[in-house]
Ligand binder design. Structure first.
Ligand code: NAP
Length: 265
């Protein structure tokens, strides 16, 4: 019922969590706008979907910030509204800060932080005009505490926390909700697509992700959390991550020591 005919724009819909979200929302009767760089993957995902009137494929590189306003205009024009924006597209990192090319640091911030915040900024006027909307940025537990080999990734996700906590307060009286999504370990290609120091793909499955929950389960938890308007929606939180989240708040000095030898590969 909740998702029936809701216009939902999902970035990073070609793979992993975004793909599962797009499928789940379509199956629940929603109208789905799918974005990612690879149009081919989006086309093959929707090939079997019978109700083409409920889908729009909108290829987009969210790191190309000058394209965001026009993309938002196209998304809005399709059904005259955008009910839900799920800012899910993201790229991870596998490199020591001292060895990482500046361009790689910049790409991670451009995609994970400015891409998300920029697309939200482009969509907001439409939501404000209707006094209605849901904005759901996908962050990470790395946005709560940082680890070795993820310095720029963690910084980009912490920046999201700062941006969206303030935005939630700004929009409180305007009928627009900000629901922050925080995955722990979900079995996707995130580590395979992660950037190394020189910008090449890591191309390896991380054992933590391999042991994580499925994208489909993550999507179910996310959709339930959005239905209940939860401020933060956690999923795939392994016991060691749960401990680190607790220590980051209660005993940050202890966590800082533990992170020196964290097994994060
Ligand atoms: N999996 C986990 O354990 C985990 C944990 C914490 C947080 N997360 C977060 O969850 C989100 C989804 O990741 P995932 O795990 O599903 O990984 P994934 O399988 O690698 O999917 C990433 C998605 O982002 C898209 N993307 C990457 N760069 C883009 C760009 N410049 N413009 C537009 N789309 C872009 C990719 O599509 P194209 O390559 O086709 O553009 C792909 O659809 C990310 O924000 C990630 O940080 C995941």
């Amino acid at each position: 019922m909740f998702w029936n005919n809701k216009v939902c724009w999902i970035t990073g819909a070609s793979s992993g969590i975004g793909k599962a979200l797009a499928e789940s929302i379509y199956l629940r009767g929603g109208r789905v706008i799918l974005s990612a760089r690879s149009a081919g993957m989006l086309n093959s995902l929707t090939a079997d979907w019978e109700d083409k009137d409920r889908t729009l494929i909108l290829p987009l590189d969210i790191g190309c910030h000058e394209e965001l306003t026009q993309a938002a205009q196209k998304a809005q024009a399709r059904w005259g509204r955008i009910d839900v924006l799920i800012n899910n597209a993201g790229v991870s990192q596998r490199s020591l800060a001292a060895e990482t090319d500046f361009e790689v640091m910049k790409t991670i911030m451009d995609v994970n932080f400015l891409g998300s915040a920029g697309l939200t900024r482009a969509v907001l006027p439409y939501m404000i005009a209707r006094n209605s909307g849901i904005i759901a940025p996908v962050s990470s537990v790395a946005g709560k505490f940082s680890t070795p080999l993820r310095t720029s990734y963690s910084a980009s996700k912490m920046a999201l926390q700062g941006f969206y906590d303030g935005l939630r307060a700004e929009l409180h009286s305007q009928g627009i909700h900000v629901n922050f999504i925080i995955p722990g370990f979900v079995k996707t290609n995130i580590s395979i697509n992660a950037l190394k120091a020189n910008g090449e793909k890591h191309a390896e499955m991380d054992p933590n992700q391999a042991a994580g929950i499925s994208s489909e389960k993550a999507a179910r938890i996310i959709l339930k959390g959005l239905e209940k308007n939860k401020r933060e929606i956690y999923m795939g939180i392994a016991p060691k991550v749960k401990l680190a989240l607790f220590l980051s708040k209660a005993f940050p000095g202890v966590l800082a020591k533990m992170l020196r030898s964290a097994n994060v590969k």
